[in-house]
Design a protein around this ligand. Structure first.
Ligand SMILES: Cc1cc2nc3c(=O)[nH]c(=O)nc-3n(C[C@H](O)[C@H](O)[C@H](O)COP(=O)(O)OP(=O)(O)OC[C@H]3O[C@@H](n4cnc5c(N)ncnc54)[C@H](O)[C@@H]3O)c2cc1C
Length: 402
């Protein structure tokens, strides 16, 4: 196993459940990647809506992916319950639209999930309903999903690491894998400290894969995303953010997303960059995004700021597969990795044990290379992303639900 984020650790737990010897090699420390730094929103379904999936992949495949998306949220809950992981798990996510033109799409998606998928945990929130829930500025209406969840990501990933260890898995931190060599029967995994020989390897490096496997790197694009935490809010201010303690995300192309922590801080994600460097002052970088939604927090202190790197694919669906029955990988969760990373970790373990049915549902999703290949993909992506983020600034209406 390479990578001790939630994908690798979920795979490690599942491999140990299947009775397979498992070693995790992590370049830094457990949760150092996106898994320990994210917004904690555990979304239902896939990163794309079902109407789009049906159009791209056909109804049958879209249905299978919908079910797996539900299984993914269940699996997160099961792991937390089974291993007693204290990570502030709560239910209820709200997608809030900044664009009045999206209203029909929102209603159509909700109705479609009811009628075609029998899914009743979601409902349309009118402008009045939305105002009852949050005093955020510039939002029109939304969709509430009561099956979706939110949690404290670092506590979750630490809990998974402990779970894997309790099942007998060894985790080696500060152990960067520098090369993988596939031979006929074994794979050699070279690190700075020595070599591991394994029958199978799981690559769970996501945006941090770099040049370890160039063929996989060309399918994903690393993007830096940023978060801040405020000082603990008064009861009144916390209520103005979300009355029902929901996780909320808006419809901007560069999405803003937020939730309250257990001690009533606002954890707010907003803004992204596409180069290797993080802004020198992340708090100042994210603050305007926060104030655009909650100007009443102008006097509130921002106590923490951090960034992380996630991986997107061109169609925002995960890139999952295997190379020669030896190397298994899952990456490119496109901001939907808590649920889908946890699930695909387990599915890689099952595939290694010969149970491939659900793994195949992900593996057969077509994922194109980023144009220009590993060397030239950067400039074209940056141009595209900057174009859409500029559109966000000019008119708040780009990201559609369907
Ligand atoms: C700021 C931010 C907010 C986000 N918010 C959300 C959210 O609210 N909801 C959601 O679902 N998703 C969110 N995401 C995305 C989510 O965090 C990721 O999809 C998920 O954590 C991916 O998990 P992972 O285990 O696959 O990868 P990571 O957690 O990135 O772990 C990969 C690990 O591999 C290690 N590694 C890489 N190369 C090597 C090597 N050569 N040798 C050894 N180890 C190596 C890295 O050090 C790293 O620890 C967010 C991401 C960020 C950055």
């Amino acid at each position: 196993m390479i990578g001790a984020g939630l994908t690798g650790l979920s795979a490690a737990v599942a491999l140990r459940d299947l009775g397979l010897n498992t070693v995790v090699l992590e370049a830094k420390t457990v949760g150092h990647g996106a898994s320990g730094r994210n917004g904690g929103h555990v979304g239902v379904g896939q990163r794309r809506g079902q109407l789009i999936l049906e159009r791209w992949l056909g109804l049958e495949h879209a249905r299978a992916l919908w079910q797996l998306g539900l299984d993914a949220v269940d699996l997160v809950g099961e792991l937390i319950h089974r291993f007693n992981i204290e990570c502030e798990l709560k239910s209820g996510n709200l997608f809030a639209s900044a664009n009045p033109k999206l209203t029909d799409d929102l209603k159509r998606e909700v109705e479609h999930l009811h009628s075609v998928y029998g899914y009743s945990s979601t409902r349309y929130l009118s402008p009045q309903d939305l105002q009852q829930e949050t005093q955020a500025q510039g939002l029109v209406d939304g969709v509430l999903d009561t099956t979706a969840k939110h949690l404290h990501p670092l506590k979750y990933v630490f809990g998974l690491a402990k779970a894997a260890q309790s099942l007998g898995c060894e985790i080696y931190e500060n152990t960067q894998v520098t090369r993988i060599q596939q031979d006929v029967d074994t794979v050699k995994i070279y690190t700075e400290h020595g070599t591991v020989c394994a029958n199978k390897v799981v690559l769970a490096c996501n945006a941090y894969l770099d040049h370890l496997e160039p063929h996989l790197a060309s399918k994903v694009m690393p993007i830096n995303n940023y978060m801040i935490a405020t000082e603990p809010l008064s009861e009144e201010l916390a209520h103005s953010i979300t009355r029902s303690d929901l996780a909320i995300a808006d419809s901007q192309f560069v999405v803003n997303y937020w939730k309250l922590s257990e001690d009533k801080r606002l954890l707010f994600g907003g803004g992204e960059t596409y180069s290797r460097r993080f802004p020198s002052d992340i708090r100042a970088f994210v603050r305007p995004h926060l104030l655009s939604r909650y100007p009443q927090l102008a006097q509130t202190q921002i106590t923490h700021g951090w960034g992380g790197t996630l991986a997107i694919t061109r169609n925002r669906l995960p890139h999952v597969g295997h190379i020669k029955q030896q190397v298994y990988y899952a990456q490119g969760f496109s901001g939907h990795g808590i649920s889908i990373g946890t699930l695909t970790g387990k599915l890689m373990a099952q595939a290694i044990a010969g149970q491939t049915e659900n793994f195949t549902q992900f593996e057969k999703i077509p994922i194109k290379n980023f144009p220009g290949g590993p060397l030239l993909k950067w400039p074209s992506l940056v141009a595209g992303m900057l174009f859409y983020s500029l559109k966000d600034k000019l008119s708040p209406k780009v990201r559609s639900l369907v």
